[in-house]
Design a protein around this ligand. Structure first.
Ligand SMILES: Nc1ncnc2c1ncn2[C@@H]1O[C@H](COP(=O)(O)OP(=O)(O)OP(=O)(O)O)[C@@H](O)[C@H]1O
Ligand SMILES: [Mg+2]
Length: 235
């Protein structure tokens, strides 16, 4: 599904060049659940922006579903983001005066899906993110932090992307609420076969994935199956 080959990224600020990625290579198959872990400044978000077609590498190749993403135009990148990838960001703002259900329907408006189908698909995505119908009409001030983050997950799912990219999705949550969110990712991976890439600087969080890619100073330090994987039980 994903093939990254010798990818580098250099940021140019005035006449100072900084190489945030120094040659990164890996492949990720459909159905994997991978954590990308590393300290602050190691290049995680830079890598996520490339994987998410939000940015292109300075050199090297990126193939997503056998398509060379490295050199596509802005318009092409936008199509890929809309059709193939679901994003979950660290801080997520719900539309404050819209219900949970409306918030999840938003991406489908851009995809020009009809109103009735938008409703059906938003309900399915909310169920997949662990909500029951009693919460569909709540407003954001009637939700817990974990529930807000799960609305963000539902919104990432609603276009049916095969790939879900999450950058520090539990960064703002307490441990218990964070575990509920991580359990939701595990269930999406196990039961719906979604490919998940989880970005984090915390080892405890990375251990919920099946594979951990460790990065530091723009280079891969290690890439291996998770030892002592943490699995969240759900009812
Ligand atoms: N737009 C930019 N222009 C210049 N330098 C940048 C830019 N974005 C990131 N960098 C630099 O690239 C390096 C990697 O940044 P990146 O955001 O990928 O780190 P990170 O691993 O996501 O860190 P964190 O855990 O703090 O989010 C940092 O040294 C950062 O200062
Ligand atoms: Mg970051």
């Amino acid at each position: 599904m994903i093939e990254i080959k010798d990818v580098t990224k250099t940021y140019q600020t005035g006449d100072i060049a900084f190489q945030a990625l120094k040659g990164v290579t890996f492949t990720i198959k459909e159905g994997e659940f991978v954590a990308i872990m590393g300290p602050s400044g190691s290049g995680k978000s830079t890598l996520m922006h490339i994987l998410g077609a939000l940015d292109t590498p300075t050199s090297g190749k990126y193939y997503l579903n056998n398509q060379d993403v490295s050199k596509l135009s802005e318009d092409h990148l936008a199509d890929i983001r809309r059709d193939q990838i679901g994003f979950v960001f660290q801080s997520f703002n719900l539309l404050p005066r819209a219900t949970v259900l409306r918030n999840v329907m938003v991406p489908l408006i851009y995809a020009e899906v009809k109103e009735e189908e938008r409703m059906t698909r938003a309900k399915e995505a909310l169920k997949a993110a662990g909500f029951d119908e009693s919460h569909f009409l709540h407003l954001s001030n009637q939700l817990s932090g974990g529930q807000i983050q799960r609305v963000a997950i539902a919104r990432a799912l609603v276009n049916n992307p095969k790939l879900i990219l999450a950058d520090e999705p539990t960064g703002n949550l307490d441990t218990k609420t964070g575990e509920i969110v991580l359990g939701t990712f595990q269930r999406l991976n196990e039961e719906l076969g979604r490919t998940i890439i989880l970005i984090t600087h915390e080892h405890d969080v990375a251990e919920h994935a099946k594979r951990i890619i460790h990065i530091r100073d723009g280079l891969i330090l290690s890439d291996s199956k998770t030892h002592n994987r943490r699995v969240i039980k759900h009812s």
